[in-house]
Design a protein around this ligand. Structure first.
Ligand SMILES: *Cc1c(COP(=O)(O)O)cnc(C)c1O
Length: 360
């Protein structure tokens, strides 16, 4: 705390990212990174972009990347926004579409979801209300059927891994139309879902729908910081207005080159993601055999607890044996760990420790 901080800075409660150890001595199952490397085409494109042109600003329109994304979904570039990670896009979206101040209706999101949402709401002074998930961590859209300032849903949800069925997701967007507000769907983990659940295909139908995506998880590019949003052109224009009041060049030349190559060569990732899904199934079966409990995951992580072991003890025991996982000291989920799906070798090491702990 400094006396030079303004009131806004004093009131902030920043997001706490998962630990990024400087040495590679841990098996990292704590921040949902993809254990597989980016495709060779991505590395080549970034190398190729590391040239004298770096003395020039990048394209503020990011047109090549937006065109590649638009093509993938049979949309137009005007329906695509790109940002420095989807976190940045989420921050812009809160600023662009949600009202602030005491008289504004609250934005609704689940009590257990991506913990960045309340941080953005507080940053912009947007009132929000946490809507409790059901006991099994499922989401009932009826709980959102009331006047609100907007709805934000991570689908599949983090850290639970639960997916909202496509019919329900659509009904929620339609419900929001009645209240004249946005439905923001954060689809960071959709590539790992067991059934198709993305709303991207409905963008032309719903002018109040914004879907947000990231290359950090499914495309193995957490280190490049690229995300994108898909929506009606008017919503995309709203995001641009916020961005251009802040920083017109949020994506650098290397990121643009790497991300464009990633989108064009997505078959590579589809293959990696299939392997992750297969590993998740195997680990789920083995965890169940050890007495661990979890809801079936549609993401690249498993949210799990053991009925006889405290979450803090489990977390520490794994950490001591070189395995990092993620845990929140929040009453409803304090005994749960979120365990990212690594390579098969990573997960064998994880399961070996779990077997040891569960048998004591
Ligand atoms: C990881 C994650 C993000 C952030 O993605 P970046 O593109 O790396 O900023 C956004 N939303 C959810 C739900 C996530 O888990």
């Amino acid at each position: 705390m400094s006396k030079y901080w303004n009131q806004r800075t004093r009131a902030l409660s920043p997001y706490i990212p998962g630990e990024q150890p400087r040495e590679r001595k841990f098996i990292k199952l704590n921040t949902n990174e993809n254990p597989y490397p980016p495709s060779p085409e991505v590395i080549a494109a970034i190398r190729n972009a590391a040239n004298d042109d770096l003395c020039l600003y990048p394209d503020p329109e990011c047109l090549e990347l937006r065109t590649a994304i638009a093509r993938r979904y049979a949309l137009t570039p005007e329906q695509v926004f790109v940002g420095n990670g989807s976190d940045e896009i989420l921050a812009f979206a809160f600023a662009a579409f949600f009202e602030n101040g005491a008289v504004a209706l609250p934005v609704l999101f689940p009590d257990i979801t991506y913990s960045f949402y309340p941080v953005y709401a507080r940053l912009w002074g947007t009132p929000f209300e946490l809507v409790p998930l059901r006991d099994d961590f499922s989401l009932s859209i009826d709980d959102y059927d009331r006047p609100n300032g907007g709805v934000v849903i991570a689908n599949p949800n983090a850290p639970t891994g639960c997916v909202l069925r496509l019919e329900d997701a659509r009904l929620l967007v339609e419900q929001q139309t009645v209240y004249g507000r946005i439905a923001l769907f954060d689809e960071a983990y959709m590539a790992f879902a067991s059934e198709p659940g993305s709303l991207v295909g409905y963008i032309n139908e719903y002018p109040n729908l914004l879907t947000v995506h990231t290359l950090s998880k499914a495309a193995s590019l957490a280190g490049l910081r690229v995300g994108y949003a898909i929506a009606h052109a008017e919503l995309i224009e709203g995001l641009r207005r916020v961005r251009d009041s802040f920083n017109s060049y949020t994506l650098d030349r290397l990121a643009l080159a790497g991300a464009t190559a990633a989108i064009r060569h997505s078959a590579y990732y589809d293959d990696c993601d299939r392997r992750i899904i297969a590993t998740r199934k195997r680990v789920s079966t083995q965890l169940a055999a050890l007495g661990f409990e979890f809801v079936p995951s549609s993401a690249n992580f498993i949210f799990t607890r053991h009925p006889a072991i405290k979450g803090s003890a489990l977390f520490e025991a794994l950490r001591e044996r070189g395995i990092l996982t993620r845990r929140w000291d929040v009453s409803r989920i304090a005994d749960y760990l979120r365990v990212s799906i690594g390579t098969d070798a990573d997960m064998d090491a994880f399961l070996a420790v779990c077997a040891d702990i569960a048998c004591v």
